[in-house]
Design a protein around this ligand. Sequence first.
Ligand SMILES: *[C@@H]1O[C@H](CO)[C@@H](O)[C@H](O)[C@H]1NC(C)=O
Ligand SMILES: *[C@@H]1O[C@H](CO)[C@@H](O)[C@H](O)[C@H]1NC(C)=O
Ligand SMILES: *[C@@H]1O[C@H](CO)[C@@H](O)[C@H](O)[C@H]1NC(C)=O
Ligand SMILES: *[C@@H]1O[C@H](CO)[C@@H](O)[C@H](O)[C@H]1NC(C)=O
Ligand SMILES: *[C@@H]1O[C@H](CO)[C@@H](O)[C@H](O)[C@H]1NC(C)=O
Ligand SMILES: *[C@@H]1O[C@H](CO)[C@@H](O)[C@H](O)[C@H]1NC(C)=O
Length: 530
Amino acid sequence: MEAKSKPIADSSEWHWWLLVAFIAVLVAGAASITIWRNYHQLQNKVLHLRTPPDGVMQKYSDALRISTQFFDVQRSGRLENNHIEWRGDSGLQDGKEEHLDLSKGLYDAGDLIKFGFPMAFTATVLAWSILEYGQHMEEVKELKHAQESLKWITDYLINAHPSDNVLYIQVGDPDVDHKCWERPEATTEKRPAIQVNISHPGSDVAAETAAAMAASSLVFKNQDARYSKSLLDHAQKLFQFADSYRAVYSESIPGIQDYYNSSGYSDELLWAATWLYHATGDGYYISYVTVMHGDAFADWGNPTWFSWDNKLAGTQVLLSRLNFFGLGKEISMVENLNLQMYRRTAEALMCRVLLPPPKNQKTKGGLIWVTEWDTLQYSIATAFLAVVFSNYMFTSKTPYLYCNGKLYESMDLREVAISQADYVLGNNPMNMSYLVGFGRNYPQYVHHRGASIPINTNTSCEDGFKWLNSRKPNPNLAIGAVVGGPFLNDTYIDSRNNSRQAEPTTYNSAFFVGLMSGLVTSTHVVRSFT
Ligand SMILES: *[C@@H]1O[C@H](CO)[C@@H](O)[C@H](O)[C@H]1NC(C)=O
Ligand SMILES: *[C@@H]1O[C@H](CO)[C@@H](O)[C@H](O)[C@H]1NC(C)=O
Ligand SMILES: *[C@@H]1O[C@H](CO)[C@@H](O)[C@H](O)[C@H]1NC(C)=O
Ligand SMILES: *[C@@H]1O[C@H](CO)[C@@H](O)[C@H](O)[C@H]1NC(C)=O
Ligand SMILES: *[C@@H]1O[C@H](CO)[C@@H](O)[C@H](O)[C@H]1NC(C)=O
Ligand SMILES: *[C@@H]1O[C@H](CO)[C@@H](O)[C@H](O)[C@H]1NC(C)=O
């Protein structure tokens, strides 16, 4: 059979169509410019969006200066410019058996182990805080201090990655360490260094370390180009290792499980790729988080709490940055749609904290409350994301966030962040500041070996427990420590043996430094990372 096909149009008809189409485009263009103008006028004149007050907030400036000092308290290695009078050199032999210098880095909490997974995460969050709010830190003269604290970790991470597919992820044996109660300066126990490698891989810890190094490469880019480049090289190789040999590190090395047991690596892979995109601008990493692995890894639509174990919420906010401000490059439509899914999920988290929460997710005193163990981690991490997201909205002139039929503006989110910050700083039913060294009433019995043992005593491993069990308050101030925090009923038991409430962590401090930097002044226009 022969199909009779009619030509769509002859050439003279084409010309007419082109003219009509051209006129249509002109009209539509003019109309949309008018709509756009009206929209902006509307926004400026009618909406009266609230903005924060001008100037430096003294309270947050004081709290920022105090909270950065916890990174000094936690230092291992040969100390430089040490202002913590009860701290001295420690961990000088760390890594020696492996012919590496792993002496630097931070003890994670109240004990004397250097856990690579939370240490790298601390670095990533601190680097992010500097990238978003370095100018605020500079205004209160804390930027240099924050950068030095970050470098103390990244120096360690560089040495911990001696070849492409080997990463040291821990120094010290927690089982040995937990049988002792000692000052870091006095310990004599063996401190083995544990690695992940091809036969025992760990995508979570390798990718988190890649994220830390990629983010830090941006921080140091303008002041030390070689160091920055070296960090970025390490980050790319570690990401490759993490992605090629996929495994949960605490399954490869089950001995880890009692401490920083990881619930999976897909969040860290996305988080690392997101940081690598920010550091390199390489479109491969956008494809990685969208068309290649979005469906399998991103869990769009299900907001989660940001923590040392779960980086999805951080990834969503960090990718929203691209959605708010553009990438400066062409990406495919599907990639674009996937990026929007990240932003929608970030918005769902923001809505969760803006809307009245379910009963067991907020204390009567107003604290976002997730778990009995180190609960402040979640409250502060969420508040940090809220202030960052609020700044993205403000700078991009996004007037509203729509949550279950209600409209919220960027200031509403900032106020959520302020409420969490103020709770931590003493505006709570206990009138207790959970930032050690801030205010008049803060924990005196922080679960912290170094802070609990007088500097001029000679205790060895086991007899040191008398200092854990002592009735007296800590002799040394763990300044800047953010402890685990209150129970759901807003109470806090200030007891040294109460580690779920009284133990501080470096990542709590990293989140808190970020939160304080976000709130300390109102000049909060989002700037480029590079
Ligand atoms: C790989 O890592 C495992 C776990 O840390 C370790 O037992 C093993 O010795 C390492 N392999 C090599 C070749 O060093
Ligand atoms: C560690 O996490 C895995 C996976 O979530 C779980 O199966 C395992 O029981 C956990 N181990 C410990 C000691 O909690
Ligand atoms: C906290 O301070 C308020 C106001 O100063 C006071 O009414 C309240 O009794 C205090 N609560 C505690 C537990 O000290
Ligand atoms: C602690 O012990 C060491 C070695 O046993 C000794 O040299 C030092 O003087 C002692 N220090 C104190 C304060 O007792
Ligand atoms: C608060 O909660 C904790 C933990 O659930 C509980 O042990 C304590 O007795 C409660 N305190 C009050 C005053 O209800
Ligand atoms: C401290 O807490 C641990 C773990 O909960 C417990 O085993 C130990 O007996 C406690 N020590 C004291 C002195 O209360």
